[in-house]
Design a protein around this ligand. Structure first.
Ligand code: S3P
Length: 436
């Protein structure tokens, strides 16, 4: 892992950017295609390490995954049907990816063979009880560290099969919901997940594309046992709004900037960043609005403008949780204060992002951030320190957020900068191009 210096963008950022494929949808495109019995061609797949971890796990279970070329953005997946996964000959490695692990725990709970999962140091720290506990209620048998809540985890075939349940999840989490929906496909009756707030619905949308309808009633979603998948011939993955987020903020806060972000997925369960930036006074224009792979998408033009502070409520969290680090950077450049309420989930991501922001901002912008429990306040308009090095904590979203901070302030060094490969391998080359 190497450090990387990000220079100040003295003339603003200009140009257009093709936004790479959505990470959540890329994972699901492999998982669902792997359960089909006809080939699926996937385009604009995200070639990030997380999605490649998912691809490798399914290859180990006998699924044919063929990438069209070196870029790994186009591939064909040939599965063996809903009951066609084979026992993997080795431990499955989810790498840094919570989505790979949590969704696959649900799927593996229904298989007639044993699977063991490992992952990197970060994933070993992350809470898996939130999926293991409800899956166990469905009849799954899962063993792991710390009371079966941490990696490594072993999923044993469920003796009496899986049973449909109604589960009231204490967290709004698409990973929990999706794990239960995947297990529910193989259960003996309907499975219902009720969430405190609606999490991203890519699983429900992709199930529909494979001919499986889920039923939504308010904050509850239900799946019935599934007999067969009717796979689409192709899936076009829309661009990832979580990756576009860095440019939405950079284009807003770096004076003189104008950027065109092409092909941004605009699923309403993901667009919290747009609502927040607009509430802060950002100049965003949607162009060319359309559908891509069962998801709304558009191009977004962003022009620099003076932002002002806002309040982001607890209810907003599921729609922007992954974007909060870069929203925090935007808040540093806004007039007045930005308040974020109830951001507990930030603490259990690839790193403790709340602590990571606090530590980094205390170096780069002393006095700007105040934390009280899971709430925090950021005051804009402070003095930026020059020549600081900020720890990424090997967390891709922290590294990219700090890169935008560096380009907007006086430049800075990001420590362990390569971790951006998890979700955005082209991030630094893109930033360098826009800086010219
Ligand atoms: C994801 C769900 C979210 C998100 C993660 C991807 C998904 O996590 O933060 O980056 O693809 O389902 P939670 O389900 O833990 O909220």
């Amino acid at each position: 892992m190497s450090d990387r210096f990000i220079p100040q963008a003295v003339h603003g950022l200009h140009g257009s950017i093709d936004i790479p494929g959505d990470k959540s949808i890329s994972h699901r495109s492999i998982m669902f295609s792997a359960l089909a019995d006809t080939p699926v061609e996937i385009s604009n797949f995200l070639p990030g390490q997380d999605c490649l971890s998912t691809a490798a796990c399914f290859q180990a279970m006998g699924v044919d995954v063929q990438f069209a070329d070196e870029s790994k953005t186009r591939l064909t997946v040939r599965g063996n049907g809903l009951h066609g996964l084979q026992e993997p000959p080795h431990i499955l490695d989810a790498g840094n990816s919570g989505t790979t692990l949590r969704l696959m725990l649900g799927l593996m709970a229904a298989q007639p063979f044993l699977t063991t999962f490992t992952g990197d140091a970060s994933l070993h720290q992350r809470p898996m009880g939130r999926v293991v506990q409800p899956l166990s209620r469905m009849g799954a048998t899962i063993y792991g560290r710390e009371g079966n809540t941490k990696l490594p985890l072993t999923v044993v075939p469920a003796r009496g099969g899986l049973h449909g349940i109604t589960y009231e999840s204490p967290v709004a989490s698409a990973q929990v919901k999706s794990a239960l929906l995947l297990a529910g496909m193989y259960a003996d009756g309907p499975t219902t997940v009720v969430e405190p707030a609606i999490s991203r619905d890519h699983t429900e949308r992709m199930l529909a594309a494979f001919g499986v309808e889920t039923q939504r009633e308010g904050k509850a979603v239900t799946i019935n046992p599934v007999e067969k998948f009717t796979a689409p011939a192709s899936i076009a993955v829309p661009g990832d709004i979580s990756s576009a987020a860095y440019w939405l903020v950079a284009g807003s806060i770096i004076p003189g900037s104008e950027l065109l972000l092409r092909n941004v997925g605009l699923n309403p369960t993901r667009t919290g960043i747009i609502d927040v930036l607009q509430a802060m006074g950002a100049n965003l224009t949607l162009e060319n609005e359309r559908e891509s792979g069962g998801e709304p998408a558009a191009d977004i033009r962003v022009r620099a403008t003076q932002l002002h502070g806002t309040t982001i409520s607890h209810e907003m969290m599921p729609r922007l949780i992954d974007e909060l680090p870069v929203i925090a950077v935007a808040a540093l450049f806004a007039e007045g204060e930005t308040q974020v309420l109830g951001a507990h989930e930030l603490r259990v991501k690839e790193s403790d992002r709340l602590q990571g922001l606090q530590d980094a901002f205390s170096l780069a912008v002393p006095g700007a951030m105040q934390v009280a429990g899971d709430d925090f306040t950021i005051g804009g308009g402070r003095q930026f320190a020059a020549g600081v090095g900020l720890p990424s904590r090997l967390d891709h979203r922290m590294a990219m957020s700090f890169a935008i901070l560096g380009a907007a302030a006086h430049g800075l060094t990001i420590q362990d900068a390569d971790c951006v490969d998890i979700s955005y391998p082209a991030f630094y080359p893109t930033l360098e191009r826009l800086l010219k």
